[in-house]
Design a protein around this ligand. Structure first.
Ligand code: BGC
Length: 703
C-alpha cells in the first residue's frame, strides 16, 4: 500500500444521498472510493445502493480493498425496539440481546456490517437527552446490557461468527465519560478523578471489550481537560495497552475537527497529529488525516508505525467481517420490512421494559369488563412512539398507537378518544368507565443535543391530567418519555402510573398488554427520578458525606440536604411495582446459610435470596443485590449494584436466587493513573431486595 492508500483506510465519509452512487451529490465520496483513498462510509444502506458503491471500491480502485459501511442502528433497523434506557428498565439482558439479533439480521441484509451501538455512557444527568440511549446511572447495569448487545450483534467474543449471516460489528461508545457533561449540557466539559473514571465510567467499556466489541467510538467531551479525541491516557494507555484492545477506535462525527474548537489543536494538521498520535484509528467526516497525514509523516509528527497499526486494525475487521471473501450483499435476501417474528419480539420486549410506578387500590390492571374506555392526551393517538435514534424503520413504519392497542385489546368496549385539549379530555373521561391518559415527551425532546433545563411534563399536560382527575372518574396515567421526569403533585393523586418509555413499533399493543394484565409489569427504574431539577445530580450510588441525613432526626439542620425538599429522590433506582406481591428473605451468605461470613483473598461467597409470590396473580420480580464497603481508603458509594435476576413466579411459588460475590465485586480502583485495583480488608454490608432502598442486610468480612 502507498502512504496515501494507508491514510485513505483511516478515513470515513458520510453518504449524503438517498440513492446509490451517480446522483451527483456524492461525487466526492465516489471519487475517494475509486482512488482507493477511503476506508469506510456511514449513513448508506440498502443492498443495491451499498453494492453499487462497493463495486466502485472493489473493481475500480488499484487495490480493490472493500469499504466498510456503518450506520447508527441503535434500537432497530426496520423493527424499532424500545429505546435503550427502556431496555435497561427490563433488568433482563435478553431484551437487548433480542433487539441486537433482529437488528443485526435486518442491517446485514441491507449491506451494512457495522453499527454504532451499544452506547454505555453511565450518567447522573436526566437533563441530558442522551440518557435515552444508554442504560442509566449504574455501571454494572450498563455493563450487563452492553455485553448482551455486543453478543447479540457479533456472536461469541472470539469473533468467529462476525463473517456470517445475521452478524454485524458493534461499536462501544462514547469513550469516555460523555455522560458526565456538566449541567447535562450536551458536549460539555467533564472533569473526573481517576477513581471515578475507573469505577464509574470505564467498567461497561471493559466488559464490552471482553465480550469482543470490535470497535470503540471516541466521545465529544474533554476528560479532565484533555479532549477524548486527543486523549492518550484513555485511548492508548487504558484501552489499548492495559486492556489489550485490538480493534479500532473511530472518531465521533467531526470529532477530530472539533479539537480546534476545544482549543486543543491549532489547525487541522495539529488535530490529526494529536488524535492519531493519541490512539485514534479512523476519522469520521472531517478529513484532516487524509489532508495532512503525508506532511505530518514527513515532519515526524506522526509515525508510520502508528499509521500501519491503525490500518492493520481496520483491515483486520474487514477480514473478520468476510468483506474480502464477499464484499457484496445478496440483493434477493434483503429484509425490507419488519417480519411478524420481529414484531412479536418488539412487542414482547417492550412490555418487559415497562415500569409500574404507582398503583393505588389495584387501579391496574383494567377490568376486562369495562364497557367504555377513554384514551386521551397528546400521545394517545400518536404513531410516533419510536423514540430517539429510530432507524430507517422509524421513518417508514408507524408505531401502533395506544388508542389502537386499547381498541384491539378490548374489542367489546366503547373506546373514545380526545387529544391534548383538557376540556375535551375531561368530557371524554366523564362519559367513560375509566380513562387512560397518555402524556410524556416527543422523541425530539431526548437524544443528541436534546437537553432540557426543566424535565417536568411539557406545558399543558399537567393541566390535562388535573382536568380528568376533577371528573372524579377512575383514570390511569401512561408516560411515554425518553428520560426520568420530575413528576408533579399530580403523581401522588393518580390512581396508577405506568412508565412505558418510548416503546417502539409495537407500542400500543405492548401498553395494552400491561394495562389489561395479559402481561404482568416487572420492570424497574434504571435511573433515579428526582423530586426537582434543583436536586440534580441525585443518584443512588453516591458517596456518603460526613453529614448524611439521619432519618431518625429529620429536623437536624447541619446535614447534606435541601431546605425546601424532602430528603431523597421522588423514585429510587430499582423501583417498580407489579400486579402481585412478593416477599424476599434476608440475604444468606455461604452454603450453610449462616448470616455472617468471612472471605479470604481470592475466595467467592454465594449469596442466596428466597423470593415468594404472596399474591394472587402470576408476576415478575427483580431480585437486586447491593454491596457497601463500610470503611475504605477512598470513600465508597453507599450502595453498588452487583447482581440482579428477574424471576417469574406463579401465586404461592418460591424460588431461591443465588449470586456469587468475589473480589471483583468488593474492590475498587484507586486514583493511581497506572490502574490499581484494591480489595481492602474489613466489613462489607450486603443488601438484597426489590429496589436500591431494600433494607434487608447481612454482613461480610474480608480478611
Ligand atoms: C453521535 C454518535 C453517532 C454519530 C454518527 C454523532 O453525532 O454522537 O453517537 O454514532 O453521530 O451518526
Amino acid at each position: 500500500m502507498t502512504v496515501e492508500e494507508k491514510l485513505g483506510q483511516l478515513q470515513q465519509l458520510t453518504w449524503t444521498g438517498d440513492t446509490g452512487p451517480g446522483g451527483g451529490q456524492t461525487a466526492e465520496t465516489e471519487a475517494a472510493a475509486r482512488a482507493g483513498l477511503l476506508g469506510s462510509v456511514l449513513n448508506i444502506h440498502g443492498a443495491r445502493h451499498t453494492n453499487e458503491l462497493q463495486r466502485i471500491a472493489v473493481e475500480e480502485s488499484r487495490l480493490g480493498i472493500p469499504l466498510l459501511f456503518g450506520l447508527d442502528v441503535i434500537h432497530g433497523f426496520w423493527t424499532t425496539f424500545p429505546i435503550p434506557l427502556a431496555q435497561a428498565a427490563s433488568f433482563d439482558p435478553e431484551v437487548s440481546r433480542r433487539d441486537a439479533e433482529v437488528s443485526a439480521a435486518e442491517t446485514r441484509t441491507n449491506g451494512v456490517r457495522w453499527t454504532f451501538s451499544p452506547m454505555m455512557d453511565v450518567t447522573h444527568e436526566p437533563r441530558w437527552g442522551r440518557i435515552a440511549e444508554g442504560s442509566g446511572e449504574d455501571p454494572y447495569l450498563n455493563a450487563v446490557f452492553a455485553v448482551a448487545k455486543v453478543e447479540g450483534y457479533q456472536g461469541p467474543a472470539d469473533g468467529t461468527e462476525l463473517g456470517g449471516d445475521g452478524r454485524i460489528a458493534a461499536c462501544a461508545k462514547h469513550f469516555v465519560a460523555y455522560g458526565g457533561a456538566e449541567g447535562g449540557r450536551d458536549y460539555n466539559t467533564v472533569d473526573v478523578s481517576e477513581q471515578r473514571l475507573r469505577n464509574h465510567y470505564l467498567p461497561p467499556f471493559k466488559s464490552a471489550i471482553d465480550a469482543g466489541a470490535a470497535t470503540v467510538m471516541a466521545a465529544f467531551n474533554t476528560v479532565s481537560g484533555v479532549p477524548a479525541h486527543g486523549n492518550a491516557h484513555t485511548m492508548q494507555t487504558v484501552l489499548k495497552d492495559e486492556w489489550g484492545f485490538d480493534g479500532f477506535v473511530v472518531s465521533d462525527y467531526t470529532g477530530v475537527q472539533e479539537l480546534i474548537a476545544h482549543g486543543f489543536a491549532e489547525d487541522g494538521a495539529d488535530a490529526a497529529a494529536l488524535s492519531f498520535g493519541a490512539g485514534l484509528d479512523m476519522e469520521m467526516v472531517s478529513t484532516h488525516v487524509v489532508d495532512h497525514g503525508k506532511a505530518l509523516l514527513d515532519a515526524g509528527r506522526l509515525t508510520i508505525e502508528r499509521v500501519d497499526d491503525a490500518v492493520t486494525r481496520i483491515l483486520r475487521l474487514k477480514y473478520a467481517l468476510g468483506l474480502f471473501d464477499d464484499p457484496y450483499c445478496d440483493e434477493s435476501a434483503e429484509i425490507t420490512e419488519p417480519t411478524a417474528a420481529a414484531r412479536a419480539a418488539a412487542r414482547d420486549t417492550a412490555a418487559r421494559c415497562m415500569v409500574l410506578l404507582r398503583n393505588e387500590g389495584a387501579a391496574l390492571p383494567l377490568a376486562a369488563t369495562a364497557a367504555s374506555i377513554a384514551v386521551v392526551g397528546p400521545f394517545a393517538d400518536s404513531a410516533d412512539l419510536h423514540g430517539t435514534w429510530g432507524g430507517p424503520g422509524a421513518r417508514r413504519y408507524p408505531s401502533v398507537s395506544i388508542l389502537d392497542g386499547v381498541r384491539a385489546a378490548a374489542p367489546d368496549a366503547v373506546v373514545s378518544h380526545a387529544g391534548a385539549d383538557p376540556d375535551e379530555a375531561a368530557a371524554a373521561a366523564g362519559g367513560a368507565d375509566v380513562t387512560v391518559i397518555v402524556v410524556g415527551e416527543e422523541a425530539e425532546l431526548s437524544g443528541e443535543a436534546a437537553v432540557r433545563s426543566d424535565i417536568g411534563l411539557p406545558r399543558g399536560q399537567e393541566e390535562l391530567i388535573a382536568a380528568v382527575a376533577a371528573t372524579g372518574k377512575p383514570y390511569v396515567v401512561v408516560l411515554v418519555n425518553g428520560r426520568p421526569l420530575v413528576l408533579g403533585d399530580w403523581f401522588d393523586a393518580a390512581p396508577a402510573v405506568l412508565e412505558a418509555w418510548h416503546p417502539g413499533i409495537e407500542a400500543g399493543h405492548a401498553v395494552a398488554d400491561i394495562l389489561f394484565g395479559t402481561v404482568a409489569p416487572g420492570g424497574k427504574l434504571p435511573v433515579t427520578f428526582p423530586r426537582a431539577v434543583g436536586q440534580i445530580p441525585v443518584y443512588y450510588n453516591h458517596e456518603s458525606t460526613g453529614r448524611p441525613v439521619d432519618p431518625a432526626h429529620p429536623d437536624e439542620k447541619y446535614v447534606s440536604t435541601y431546605l425546601d425538599l424532602a430528603d431523597g429522590p421522588r423514585l429510587p433506582f430499582g423501583h417498580g411495582l407489579g400486579y402481585t406481591t412478593f416477599s424476599t428473605s434476608e440475604p444468606a451468605l455461604g452454603r450453610d446459610e449462616i448470616s455472617r461470613a468471612e472471605l479470604a483473598r481470592g475466595e467467592q461467597v454465594t449469596v442466596r435470596v428466597t423470593v415468594t409470590n404472596t399474591g394472587e396473580r402470576a408476576g415478575d420480580e427483580v431480585v437486586q443485590l447491593y454491596v457497601h464497603d463500610v470503611a475504605a481508603s477512598i470513600a465508597q458509594p453507599v450502595r453498588r449494584l452487583r447482581g440482579f435476576e428477574r424471576v417469574t413466579l406463579e401465586p404461592g411459588a418460591t424460588v431461591t436466587v443465588a449470586f456469587e460475590l468475589g473480589e471483583e465485586d468488593l474492590g475498587f480502583w484507586t486514583n493511581d493513573p497506572a490502574g490499581t485495583f484494591l480489595v481492602e480488608r474489613g466489613r462489607f454490608d450486603v443488601y438484597a431486595g426489590t429496589s436500591s432502598t431494600a433494607p434487608a442486610r447481612t454482613t461480610l468480612r474480608v480478611l
